[in-house]
Design a protein. Structure first.
Length: 81
């Protein structure tokens, strides 16, 4: 299982789990996306799970800030979990 962490503004993180190309959002009991406040909270939540790879993803506004058209690509960093 792989973990994909999306960093949002305001110290909010959403998590998706994936295996074999399919990804699904981690949800709470009400089927709402589970929000985390830090990478430490995510690590604690998934402490009992075996993870192959963990990725941090973030959309960046830098292209638009420089007057360029946004490519829509996310910054992706593999984390040493």
């Amino acid at each position: 299982m792989d973990l994909f962490i999306e960093s949002l503004e305001g110290n909010t993180y959403l998590v998706e789990i994936g295996d074999g190309g399919k990804r699904s959002v981690v949800t709470d009991e009400q089927q709402q996306p589970l929000k985390f406040n830090s990478l430490g909270d995510i690590k604690e939540h998934f402490n009992e799970h075996f993870l192959n790879e963990v990725w941090l993803e973030q959309c960046t506004p830098y292209e638009e800030m420089c007057g360029l058209v946004s490519s829509g690509d996310k910054l992706r960093i593999r984390l040493n979990w």
